[in-house]
Design a protein around this ligand. Sequence first.
Ligand code: DGL
Length: 272
Amino acid sequence: MDDRPIGVFDSGFGGLTVVRALLDLVPAEDLVYVGDTGRYPYGPRPLDQVRSYARQIARDLVDEHSVKMVVVACNTASAAALDLLRFELDVPVVGVIDPGVRAALQASRNGRLGVIGTVGTISSGAYQRSVRAQRAPVTLVCAACPGFVELVERGDTDSDQCLVLAERLLSPLRSEQVDTLLLGCTHYPFLARTIGDVMGREVVLVSSAEETAFEVLSIMSETGLGHRTAAKGSHRFLSSGDVGWFRELGSRLLGLELDDVERISWDPAPHP
Ligand code: DGL
């Protein structure tokens, strides 16, 4: 048994979708969440820059917060840094890409799977590699959705602007007859209503959040890293941007009052 917290991070608010699933599945666990809102969005940045940010945050979680596990609750950071973090850190590291693919493969009936994500995630080829590694006989149709993350970070999840952008970005997927759409960015579940309206009721939307939480639970069971008590865990939230905004929007998105959001700041140059 291990009472250390689980560390979770994202570029901003998106990883709260994974936190929500963790609160439901492992409520006794302590959590430390870092939202790097001071440096979001990660999607348009070069992958090596995202890798250095991810490395900096993950090391901070391990060194300063003594986490027992790191959940990279960001597809872009998972695409850029998961292998490196697994190699470098002494604690288990869980990403969101493989869990998302597993969930989507279970949902698809016609074998035509859509994946949407940031420019960084889609152009990295991480989803194509994950599907290939799972030896699934499916056709994958990928599309980047620049602009979605910025809408969520502003707290805009269902405006007309949101709908117009979704119609434009998702139209290539609609013509490809996918029956399942994997939300390959942890911000996108907050846009699920708009995305669902555009894709139509017959397309199943899949988020990686629940399957990622199941992976956390199974690692804890296999390694004995679970928490000792049955009481509700404590949850800390840190933001590198505006903590007042993080508290306000984070409470709304998570459906849970965030009483306190702490400020985290970085050295100008992350670790080499
Ligand atoms: N939630 C991040 C992801 O899953 C968003 C990245 C960004 O900041 O652009 O990819």
